[in-house]
Ligand binder design. Structure first.
Ligand code: FAD
Ligand code: SF4
Length: 520
């Protein structure tokens, strides 16, 4: 055999450069389902099922195209359960002249494949990933030209380079960013006439996978019952079209809002399809821009959506490859608390956390602000070890792959990289959650109270967080206002906050100071 073409579970691109440069008559494709990828973190069953179902559909597509596919199924008796051992078996059997694949998205996987091929003396070639609009080299160049990185400047460069939402050399509408228009809450009435996202009934192939996952991973956290993610390109395109028509026009206004019992709101639910490479980011951006040009979506909504993909998505990938593998160990704030058990069950009296965690266990999904300002914020304020937070995010979200999850968790949400990703920590009290959602209306706590039996744990921990890190944030101009408010607290108030925060840390299960009476 001439070449063995490796297709990893998140590389399901029919136009992959690894395939377009190969010959079905001389080369073979290799794909493997391995237990290791579902157990190195305690993965949500929907996350496992998504990968396996999409891989099996892709195998079907490749075979129809005339490719010979060496495919290890998870429950095949000879499957060793490890990517490296499965590759070893195939290399020993077929002795290819060399191995080719697109750059993996995950540093751990890249190392493992590299070592396996070196060990067996088979040359391995990594091809650039054409599914991103900024190459790793271009991002390195961008980073080397500045003292500190900021997404906004990177994004402007990307808009110009790819001519997205541009009118000649100026941003469409005159502004680069319409963020200030995209922060509305739903007010008292709540969301009206929400579009229902298109769901995909599992076909026979997906059903088989669902049965397999149920059988093999019965104790993993989360439910499979609502599984309806797109696992083929055709379904992914249908989801994209559905979003552009029904939700994009409202995406901007309520991008940051949250509402009890409404997990999806106006979000696109395309991260899984993008991350598996069923959709190309350029086609998503073009579809959104076209909707705006045809007058079907306002500019603020379109720009807000495009910024997530052309800006944040490309930016976090650049940060990941610029700083791995050291990034994984960052802990700039010295956080050392364990992750509270309720993150795996949703059993807590804090309504916002209980809502978001239960929703995530049911669906494998939470939108960005739920991830950043509910589960992420609480872990930040409590002082949870960043690696434990990272492992939870990597496990529990259906769209989780390390290159995108890690910088979002460690950098943006936990400030563990000391400011590489974000210029200040995303820290806020319960009042932010009250403003952006209706969660507090159903909660026994009061977001306005810092101490006492009804104090909102977010609020107590917010002030405690500022107290604990006051000296390290002192020089950060973006923290000035928050620290000024802190300086207005009396020594007695500070002592009471510190005391109540300590009790919260000692009793993470209930997250209710045990000595305090029940809220009325
Ligand atoms: P929409 O809200 O409709 O946004 C459109 C698209 O923009 C998304 O599909 C996604 O591809 C992209 N996008 C939006 N925000 C980001 C961002 N901050 N970084 C990168 N891309 C972004 N996204 C993942 O794909 N996988 C993850 O494992 C992941 N982990 C996260 C962990 C934390 C702590 C946080 C704060 C964010 C994380 N995100 C992750 C980013 C973001 O929350 C999800 O991409 C988004 O919620 C997916 O839902 P959606 O497709 O409905 O997105
Ligand atoms: Fe969450 Fe505090 Fe609001 Fe309760 S009061 S929902 S704990 S922010």
């Amino acid at each position: 055999m001439r070449r063995l073409i490796l297709i990893l579970g998140d590389q399901l691109d029919a136009n992959s450069p690894a395939l377009t440069h190969a010959d079905p008559h001389q080369d073979r494709v290799w794909m493997a389902e391995v237990t290791e990828e579902s157990t190195h973190v305690w993965s949500h069953p929907q996350r496992i099922a998504l990968f396996l179902a999409a891989m099996r559909h892709f195998r079907h597509h490749l075979t129809e195209q005339g490719w010979t596919v060496d495919y290890s199924e998870l429950d095949a008796p000879e499957n060793t359960g490890s990517l490296s051992f499965e590759l070893t078996r195939t290399l020993e059997k077929h002795r290819p002249q060399h191995v080719v694949l697109v750059e993996p998205g995950d540093h751990r996987v890249r190392q493992s494949l590299l070592e396996t091929c070196h060990h067996l003396g088979v040359p391995i070639e990594f091809l650039p990933d054409s599914h991103f609009l900024c190459s790793i080299e271009d991002f390195r160049r961008h980073a080397s030209e500045r003292k500190s990185l900021r997404m906004e400047f990177f994004y402007r460069e990307m808009r110009q380079r790819h001519h997205v939402l541009m009118e000649d050399d100026r941003p469409a509408g005159g502004n680069w960013n319409y963020d200030s228009e995209n922060r509305k809450s739903f007010g008292k009435e709540g969301p009206q006439n929400l579009p229902s996202p298109i769901h995909f009934e599992p076909d026979e192939r997906t059903q088989e996978v669902l049965e397999l996952v149920k059988r093999r991973f019965p104790n993993h956290p989360g439910s499979l019952d609502s599984f309806a993610w797109p696992v083929t390109r055709r379904a992914a395109l249908a989801r994209l079209r559905n979003f552009i028509e029904k939700a994009l026009p409202h995406f901007g206004d309520h991008q940051d809002a949250m509402w009890t019992g409404e997990p999806y709101l106006y979000h696109s639910l395309i991260s899984t399809a993008l991350n598996l490479k069923l959709l190309h980011p350029r086609e998503v951006i073009d579809a959104a821009e076209q909707a705006w040009r045809e007058g079907k979506a306002p500019l603020a909504a379109t720009e807000g959506f495009i910024r997530q993909i052309l800006g944040w998505r490309e930016y976090v990938r650049g940060i990941y490859w610029l700083h791995m593998p050291e990034y994984l160990e960052q802990n700039a704030l010295g956080a050392d608390q364990p992750l509270p058990d309720f993150y795996w069950t949703g059993h807590t009296s804090m309504h916002c956390l209980s809502q978001v965690i239960r929703q995530t266990l049911d669906t494998g999904y939470a939108h960005h602000i739920q991830r950043l300002m509910i589960t992420g914020l609480y872990a930040l304020l409590l002082g949870v070890r960043p690696k434990a937070v990272h492992e939870w995010y990597l496990a529990i979200f259906v769209d989780a792959v390390e290159w995108v999850e890690l910088p979002n968790t460690l950098g943006m949400s936990q400030f563990a990289d000391g400011g590489i990703m974000a210029s200040k920590p995303y820290c806020a009290s319960g009042k932010y959650i009250q403003r952006m959602s209706n969660y507090c209306r159903h909660c026994p706590y009061d977001p306005a109270q810092k101490t006492g039996p009804r104090a909102c744990p977010f609020t107590t921990l917010y002030w405690d967080f500022l107290l604990r890190h006051e000296s390290s944030f002192d020089a950060n101009p973006r923290m000035k206002m928050q620290l000024r408010n802190l300086s207005r607290l009396s020594p007695d108030e500070k002592a009471a906050i510190h005391h109540q925060a300590e009790l919260l840390r000692q009793h993470p299960a209930a997250q209710k100071p045990q000595h305090l009476s029940d809220p009325d």
